[in-house]
Design a protein around this ligand. Sequence first.
Ligand code: URA
Length: 234
Amino acid sequence: MRINKFLAYSGVASRRTADKMIEDGQVKINGKICNPGDDVDIGSDSVSVNGKLVNVIKKYDYYIMNKPKGYVCTVKDDKGRKTVMDLLPNNSKRLFPVGRLDYDTEGLLILTNDGDLTYKLTHPKNEVPKTYLVKTEKPVSDEDLIKLRSGVYIDGVKTKKCNVRLIETTKTGSKLHVTITEGRNRQVRKMFEAVNNNVDFLKRIKIGDLVLSGLNRGEVRPLSAREIDYLLNI
Ligand code: URA
């Protein structure tokens, strides 16, 4: 098995993070620093990360969280801020968040040690739709809706066509559901900035057809067998 896949499979990190660890020389196969293309024989090779032996885990854990704002989506924050890991039960140390929600964004977050699923849900080529509830600072016009749906420029690159459903508009702003398939950095916020508006509130409510329901802010629960099956076959 390719070394990055092995590390993801073993619950060490997502495949992309594993690539970085390999490039940084943190990973050894049989005591020797490995290269990105190296393969591992699961039965006979020993793999270590920063000197610690990696054990293959065969059973993965899958959790769904209603992330509150004010938490960083990372395993450890350099600036010492609270992370989503602080909201997990004590015995779930080897999980990692699937993709990122901004510090100020709330809502549906999956945490797992299944690197392949992480890769599948986050890699842009797979175009897994993610739906957000958005509240804006100013009303969104019909013209803005057309622009947002057909694509706006963020850092010189046009966003892909997306689904934007207006729920309501008042004098003070609009409420919308926005479904995107890309996941660029702060994409939803930047899309509204591109039409001279600002996002006041942002919450992810769906990944594919998986919905955030029955969880209060900051709560987390294991995914059901049906939900896991759905995600694995997405
Ligand atoms: N888009 C954003 O702007 N922020 C998020 O957290 C997710 C999508």
